[in-house]
Ligand binder design. Sequence first.
Ligand code: ZN
Length: 204
Amino acid sequence: MNQRYPSALLEKAVNELASLPGVGRKTALRLALYMLRRDMGYTENFAAALVALRRDVKYCKVCHNICDDEVCSICANPGRDHSLVCVVENIKEVMAIENTGQFGGVYHVLGGIISPMDGIGPGDLRIDSLVRRVAEGEVKEIILALSTTMEGDTTNFFIYRKLSGYDVRISVIARGVSIGDEIEYADEITLGRSIVNRTEFKMT
Ligand SMILES: [Zn+2]
C-alpha cells in the first residue's frame, strides 16, 4: 500500500531516512516529523555533522582505524604494545575491544572478511598492509579476532599462510565468543577474557 504524504519534501526526507539500515518507513516518518518540531539549528547541526563525517574522516595509515589525523590515537600512543597486533574486521570491533580495557596492543582493521558470496576477495581487504607491518619486524604476535564463521576461518587461514614465512606468533581469540556482527553485544568481560585466553592458531 502506497502511503500518501501531504508534502513532496516530507516524502523525500522519509525516503532518505528509510534508506538507512534498520529504519523502516514508519520510523523514518516519525524522525522527519521530529525534525520539523525542533528548531532550524538542530537540523542544520545534524546534517552538517553527517556531511563532515563523510567528507573529512580519515583512516589511519598504519591500522586503517577511523581517525581525524594521519595516524590514529592508538597507533600514536607510545604506551601501547606495538609488537602485539589484533586483527579485526571493522572499526566497531576496535571500539568493542577497547571498551573491555583488556588489550594493550594495537590493531589492524581488514575492512571485512573474505566472502566469495559477496564478491569480497583477499585483494579487497587490508591484508597486504598487514604483511608489510609484519615484514618491518616490530610485530611479534598477531591475534586473529575475526568472525567465528566459515568466512572468518577462511580469512584466518589466508592470513596464516601469508605470514608463514615470517617470525611472528599467530594466535586466535578463545572460541565461544561471538565476534563479528555480534561482537558489540558480547559482554565486555567475556570479550576481554577471550583475548587474554587466546590460543595458538592451528590449521584444522
Ligand atoms: Zn592506527
